[in-house]
Design a protein around this ligand. Structure first.
Ligand SMILES: Cc1cc2nc3c(=O)[nH]c(=O)nc-3n(C[C@H](O)[C@H](O)[C@H](O)COP(=O)(O)OP(=O)(O)OC[C@H]3O[C@@H](n4cnc5c(N)ncnc54)[C@H](O)[C@@H]3O)c2cc1C
Length: 276
């Protein structure tokens, strides 16, 4: 059984009538996981017709609110996001292929909380906050608190992510999302890097923020690799120091896509794309 409420009020009424129902946005993760689920788990409440969950709105403080059911193709096509948060639009453009991006939502990507989820490294660096809603109210949490581990989040039964809230965009001289997969398109990340850099007039690094995907149980930050670049020129030699630090910090696993050693090497090497 599948329901498509048009408002959040209807959505939570349905959820209370069907407490075991699963929420579904694009279904690109959920329908795969339900393929072998018992029949009673197959009641679904679709989010795609709830207008509030599909909006991208500028906030009074100049931040931006993204409805959780907004698809990656809507993110890549949005001018406001492209102008202010190019890191997020770059990451969104690497999710699956065009057909997947038309269906897959940013909220679904966050809730699945895969170590390889492409939106997460960018959302960590942008200090995204999530609005969580249930029938009785809402709360707001930081993205790095929300994700507890691989495929584990703090979402409670009956609760949804309603919005992703980005604080006002700061000025960064360089924003880059890079992903290595096993093939050029439709690839799940073997390792990925989100990077934001602020540079002085002489090209030295004033501030660096890095987040890696697919090289640990969840997004990996490496404060040492950020600090080692401060007041240094952005060059292969200085990035070598940062790469050595991140290669010590990662906790990659062997899986069908790559070995842990390969992931460790790639996590460091991705930094050199900043000067490529
Ligand atoms: C062929 C293929 C290629 C893919 N490539 C990539 C890739 O390159 N990069 C990548 O990161 N991912 C990839 N994925 C995974 C998937 O497309 C993404 O994780 C996607 O963003 C999931 O969003 P969705 O809207 O389809 O989620 P759904 O499948 O609808 O939901 C996923 C989970 O989140 C829950 N959920 C969804 N929205 C909400 C909400 N607002 N509140 C609470 N719970 C919610 C659902 O109940 C479910 O548990 C790929 C998947 C496929 C099938």
């Amino acid at each position: 059984m599948i329901f498509f409420p048009a408002t959040l009020t209807e959505l939570f009424e349905l959820q209370q009538l069907h407490p075991d129902a699963r929420f579904m946005a694009g279904g690109t993760d959920l329908l795969v996981s339900l393929r072998h689920a018992p029949q009673h788990e197959r009641t679904i409440i679709g989010l795609e017709r709830v207008d509030e969950l599909r909006r991208i709105d500028e906030q009074p403080d100049n931040g931006v609110s993204i409805g959780a059911a907004v698809t990656f193709s809507s993110i890549t096509g949005n001018r406001l996001l492209k102008a202010r948060y190019p890191l997020l639009t770059q990451a969104a453009a690497t999710v699956g292929g065009p057909a997947i991006r038309t269906m897959a939502s940013i909220g679904g990507n966050i809730v699945t909380a895969s170590p390889a989820a492409d939106s997460l490294p960018a959302l960590y660096l942008l200090d995204a906050r999530l609005e969580l809603r249930c029938a009785t109210g809402n709360r707001t949490v930081a993205i790095d608190e929300f994700v507890l581990g691989p495929r584990r989040t703090m979402l409670q039964p009956g609760e949804i992510i309603s919005r992703i809230i980005l604080p006002p965009a700061a000025t960064w001289d360089l924003q880059l999302f890079e992903k290595i997969g096993r093939r050029k398109s439709l690839a799940i990340a073997v390792a990925s890097l989100a990077a934001m850099l602020r540079l002085a007039d002489d090209g030295s690094v004033l501030e660096a923020r890095f987040a890696w995907g697919s090289v640990g149980p969840t997004v990996l930050r490496c404060p040492g690799a950020e600090a080692v670049l401060i007041n240094k020129p952005l060059s292969e030699a200085t990035l070598q120091d940062a790469a050595a630090l991140v290669q010590q910090a990662v906790q990659p696993i062997d899986d069908i896509r790559a070995t842990a050693d390969y992931r460790r090497t790639v996590a460091g090497n991705l930094l050199f794309r900043l000067v490529a």
